[in-house]
Design a binder for this molecule. Structure first.
Ligand code: 3SK
Length: 515
């Protein structure tokens, strides 16, 4: 690919697939979309954005559950040079209010089930969104004034005749990345970054093929899901199964049986939950040839049990929102369970000690990555951008060791973040929420391994004198105030918390030892 010439990722995918216009690109909960229909509808949406006064490089908030309209919106916006800001669909109105203000999105594209929380966010935010387009508005009952049904809005426009003349380095889209302190960071990715992840990982490592049917438990708004269910399969002409709801074992099994995916993308918590479920289908009922896992380190035992049952390997890798996808991974033909494998060709990895120098074999160091899919920056956040994007290198925040054979093994985070079911959770945010409960005096949140060797938030709670509260109430209290996946799975009541002489909580004394 010559990136000195204009490059538009949406046009790149459409051109690759013009010869298979009648082939199914997507199957979702309501219907199907061929490659030809995808291009037509995305280019109509591109026209609709422009006709509604949205300009190149302006942002639109894409807050939608996984469905065909998500992909049409994302690629349609990129085709027009407009920047989709794809956001987590599990958040609170306050979170969306922040993202609307931070991104200065000029419009919102959503679906009916998400409308109430977005309307609340719009009421709370000092935002610039002038338009609101809603897929499946019937899910929401009535539309607020000024909102338009997605279908009618897009359908009223002809296809945009040509893509915006973007370059590979132009801003293409944003994803939000969370940190242990502060607000989520708008991570600005280029038009070319998804091209690189598809070439270096989807094709070169996973060897995805046109005949594959891909199904990702991780949703499209995650960097992991975006590669799994959009950039990778559309780069080889494969078919994708999308599901709007939570990837519970039952919902996943139903899709495995009905649509017979050949490649499934999940996270360790999901694999553990499926293996423990009585309805686990038999090997002969499914067509899985391979699975991919990311989000948290995959315990060897889960991968071995899965392989024994289905005969398919789980290929474990490490990626990040900032690098857009996986840069360190096992290979389908070279798997060492319990390790994260080796660097993906095209990426370089260094493990650095406290002095900034590379560490020796077997020693733990901070993981730095260099590669072509690195984000440009965190929007409007120079301090955090400087700390993470260090010239050609990116500081991942993970600790790893590398053995004499070149295999990398996870050794924990360098910040306090917890990776829970593949999603970052800030212990400080959970602590601040628990502290709002009238019976709570002090609290500390740390990670604790569950019986599958997977990390979950655990809170140690000191109650105010003469007061008490039960565990279920505290869990519900957090679920009502934060995105529900952040709630502490374990609660332990204690009389006091371990502290330094200066009164700082010694979280390390509450933590499980790292695997
Ligand atoms: O969590 C991961 O390992 C990951 C993988 C691919 C893309 C993004 C992320 C965060």
């Amino acid at each position: 690919m010559n990136f000195d010439l204009p490059f538009n990722f949406a046009e790149h995918l459409f051109a690759l697939n013009r010869e298979r216009a009648d082939k199914l690109a997507y199957i979702d909960d309501r219907g199907t979309l061929t490659y030809g229909e995808l291009e037509q509808q995305a280019r109509r949406l591109a026209s609709a954005l422009i006709a509604n006064g949205i300009h190149r490089e302006e942002r639109v908030l894409l807050a939608m559950q996984d469905m065909r309209e998500w992909v049409i919106s994302f690629l349609g916006a990129m085709y027009a040079g407009v920047v989709p800001v794809a956001v987590n669909t599990l958040l609170t109105a306050d979170d969306y209010a922040y993202m609307l203000e931070n991104s200065r999105a000029q419009a919102i594209i959503t679906n009916g089930a998400m409308l109430p929380v977005l309307v609340e966010a719009m009421q709370r935010a000092d935002h610039e969104a002038r338009q609101l387009w809603v897929a499946y508005p019937e899910e929401a009952g009535t539309l607020p004034q000024g909102a338009q049904p997605f279908e009618a809005w897009m359908g009223a426009h002809a296809m945009l005749d040509k893509p915006a003349r973007t370059m590979g380095d132009d801003p293409g889209f944003w994803l939000y990345s969370s940190g242990s302190t502060g607000k989520p960071k708008g991570t600005v990715h280029t038009q070319a970054n998804p091209y690189w992840t598809a070439e270096l990982y989807g094709k070169a490592i996973l060897n995805l093929q046109e005949r594959d049917i891909c199904f990702s438990a991780a949703k499209l708004f995650f960097a992991y899901g975006l590669g799994n269910a959009l950039s990778f399969p559309l780069s080889v002409g494969a078919t994708v199964v999308l599901m709007a709801g939570r990837p519970t074992p039952d919902a996943t099994f139903a899709r495995w049986i009905e649509h017979q995916p050949t490649v499934f993308f999940g996270a360790p918590t999901g694999f553990a939950g499926m293996l423990a479920n009585a309805a686990l289908p038999g090997r002969e009922q499914v067509s899985l040839r391979m699975c991919s896992s990311a989000g948290e380190a995959l315990p060897a035992e889960i991968a071995q049990r899965f392989k024994a049952h289905f005969g398919a390997d789980i290929v474990d890798g490490l990626g990040s929102t900032e690098m857009l996808h996986i840069f360190l991974s096992n290979r389908p033909d070279d798997i060492r369970y319990g390790s994260t494998g080796k660097p993906v060709p095209g990426y370089e990895i260094e493990l650095r000690g406290e002095d900034g120098r590379p560490v020796g074999v077997g020693e733990i160091g901070e993981l730095y990555i260099k590669g072509p899919s690195t984000a440009l920056m965190y929007w409007n956040n120079r301090t955090k951008s400087r700390d993470t994007f260090r010239g050609e290198w990116l500081k991942s925040g993970d600790k790893y060791s590398c053995d004499a054979d070149g295999y990398y093994t996870y050794a924990g985070r360098s910040d306090d973040m917890l990776k829970v079911s593949g999603i970052y959770v800030s212990p400080f945010e959970v602590e601040a929420t628990l502290m709002q409960h009238p019976a709570v005096l002090e609290v500390a949140v740390v990670g604790k391994m569950d019986q599958d060797g997977l990390l979950k938030p655990k809170s140690f709670v000191v109650c105010k004198p003469g007061q008490s509260v039960d565990e279920q109430e505290l869990k519900a209290f957090v679920k009502e105030r934060l995105a529900p996946y952040k709630y502490p799975r374990f609660v332990e009541f204690v009389n006091d918390l371990p502290k330094t002489a200066t009164g700082k909580i010694q979280r390390f004394r509450l933590r499980d030892p790292v695997r």
